[in-house]
Design a protein around this ligand. Structure first.
Ligand code: COA
Length: 258
């Protein structure tokens, strides 16, 4: 079904592995098409509660946009590519199901941008992050100038953007770019442990948290108003009745996502 992705779902967690290890999982047109499709498929699949995106092999998460596809691009074609990348990454960011990046090596350029579009990041201690586009006479095109500023602040983001300097996983954690650093061997297991906790929570409330948090960075929305709306909506869910009843009855809630 997907030509560039390996997909495995277990215990409600769908692991999506970008599978071009010989090209360090660089994002070409086929990977974009597959990512676009799978993010939609995930929303409609009742077996999936949350998602991990990772890269095949031991070396790279994603080493960027596929530079070989840039050859001969006009200004207009380049803009269309940036728009396509931004649209797909926006779809990831606004997914109602949590999507976490398990960064298992180089996350450069579009790879760093993909990781930043995910809801949060877990990294192995061999991971390296960077936006090296200025080395190529380019700038990030898939939201990197925006999300890096959001995640690490303007000063550090601009330094990384204009120096093309790579940072390791520990430094990335220090700046808030990643939440946890693990060994490469335990990366997927650790990420699954975190998602198992999240998967036990009320799915509609989880989705509402994502929506309200995204509203902070959406200038067309008032985040506080979005929070009021989502808070109100939660009161109309069966899960809210179940969650509060379970608390009062001192039992574990059984959420149905309704
Ligand atoms: N686009 C297309 N191909 C890429 C790629 C990319 N972004 N990144 C790596 N590859 C390919 C290499 O061309 C090479 O292919 P080949 O074996 O057919 O020559 C293969 O992946 C392995 O990469 P290589 O450069 O040999 O590995 P390395 O360990 O020496 O270096 C990196 C690793 C990540 C430092 C280096 O590949 C690199 O700088 N990649 C580009 C990063 C970048 O600028 N990304 C932003 C793009 S806008």
């Amino acid at each position: 079904m997907y030509t560039t992705l390996l997909v495995q779902t277990e215990n409600g967690i769908c692991t999506v592995t970008i599978n071009r290890p010989e090209k360090l999982n660089a994002l070409n047109k086929a990977v974009f098409d597959d990512l676009d499709t799978i993010v939609d498929d995930i929303q409609h699949n009742p077996d999936i509660k949350s998602v991990i995106i990772t890269g095949a092999g031991t070396k790279a998460f994603v080493a960027g946009a596929d530079i070989t596809e840039f050859n001969g691009f006009t200004k207009e074609q380049a803009k269309a590519l940036a728009k396509r990348g931004q649209d797909i990454f926006f779809k990831i960011e606004t997914s109602s199901k949590p999507i976490v990046a398990a960064v298992n090596g180089f996350a450069l350029g579009g790879g760093c941008e993909l990781a930043m579009a995910c809801h949060f990041r877990v990294a192995s201690d061999n991971a390296k992050f960077g936006q090296p586009e200025v080395n190529l006479g380019l700038i990030p095109g898939y939201g990197g100038t925006q999300r890096l500023v959001q995640l690490v602040g303007k000063g550090k983001a601009l330094e990384l953007l204009i120096s093309a300097q790579m940072i390791d996983a520990h430094e990335a954690k220090q700046y808030g770019l990643v939440n946890y650093v693990t060994t490469p061997e335990s990366l997927l297991q650790r990420t699954k442990e975190i998602l198992t906790i999240i998967n036990s929570k009320a799915p509609l409330a989880v989705a509402a948290c994502i929506k309200a948090a995204n509203a902070v960075f959406d200038e067309t929305k008032d985040g506080y108003h979005a929070e009021i709306e989502e808070f109100g909506n939660a009161f109309a869910t069966e899960d809210m009745k179940e969650g509060t009843a379970a608390f009062l009855e001192k039992r574990k809630a059984d959420f149905k996502g309704k």
